[in-house]
Ligand binder design. Structure first.
Ligand SMILES: [Zn+2]
Length: 294
């Protein structure tokens, strides 16, 4: 019996055991007040640890606490772009680390600059750097003095997905997406054989997401505009019709709709039937703290 147990323990199959992976939505809303939702934010739990954070807009910090996530377990923060509803709670997160044993390097990835927006490195410096940051009293997290160090990285505009991070069984790919004039990135996070892909805010014009999300387990898209939207809103965001096309072409197993706004809330039936014209898989409308196990 003992021998059998030992054989089982040493079985090479166990070396390939898959991690437990869960996607949790922190904020399922957009930038508006009145949607009763936190702004954009997601956490990926790997074997019970809050390892990867995607966006961190207003209110996401409270949801992070409520979800039981810990900054000392975070390895990477991925910013889809630098709009307020995707980044506003970062200072709160960094400050909260002071009261924990968080240490080592915390990597922050986001887009490079253009004429409208700073690069992610410059954004982090303007927030925290000693002598120039709005919260320069947290500058010790950039210059080596604090135990937890923020390491910011710029992702240059690239219409072909590239690997930006690899550690253990985690691999992260990034590609540019079209969000009007704002530099924006979609990410695919692979953990072993499982994957989650995040569109961020985008309107689909670059046709990069459908390739990035090929056969992904979960595709998280932003449901910021309803059927028939035109003008500025449609230059920034995907219509349900476009979401359906991308979900179908990518062959994603599950579609999670988030970044829900007053103009789309209450229109779930209409949105779903637009998406259904193309996509026959599982469709979920996210709420704050919704969890999806892979
Ligand atoms: Zn947004």
């Amino acid at each position: 019996m003992k021998k059998l147990l030992l054989i089982l323990l040493l079985s090479p199959l166990l070396l390939f055991a898959q991690s437990n992976v869960t996607l949790q939505v922190l904020g399922s809303g957009g930038p508006e007040s009145g949607d009763k939702r936190a702004s954009s934010g997601y956490i990926i739990w790997i074997d019970g640890k809050s390892k990867i954070l995607i966006d961190f807009g207003g209110g996401a910090s409270l949801r992070f606490e409520e979800a039981g996530a810990r900054i000392q377990d975070l390895e990477v923060i991925l910013l889809t772009h630098l709009h307020v509803d995707h980044t506003a709670d970062l200072p709160a997160l960094l400050k909260s680390s002071f009261f924990t044993r968080a240490s080592g390097d915390l990597h922050v990835y986001g887009p490079d600059k253009n004429v409208f927006m700073p690069s992610t490195k410059s954004f982090v410096n303007r927030l925290f750097a000693d002598g120039k940051g709005a919260w320069q009293y947290l500058g010790d997290h950039l210059d080596g003095r604090a135990t937890l160090q923020l390491k910011a990285h710029n992702i240059s505009k690239n219409l072909k997905a590239k690997v930006i991070y690899r550690k253990g069984d985690i691999s992260i790919k990034a590609v540019s997406v079209h969000h009007g004039p704002i530099p924006a990135i979609a990410y695919r996070i692979e953990i072993g054989k499982k994957s989650i892909t995040f569109s961020g805010d985008m309107n689909g014009d670059y046709h990069t997401l459908e390739k990035l999300a090929k056969y992904t387990n979960i595709l998280v898209v932003h449901n910021a505009i309803p059927k028939g939207s035109k003008g500025v809103a449609a230059k920034l965001h995907m219509t349900p019709y476009t979401i359906g096309q991308i979900a179908k072409i990518s062959g994603t197993k599950m579609l999670v709709l988030s970044h829900r706004m007053l103009r789309t809330l209450g229109k779930e039936k209409e949105t779903k039937s637009e998406i259904r014209k193309y996509y026959k898989g599982n469709i979920k409308f996210a709420d704050d703290k919704s969890r999806y196990k892979l």
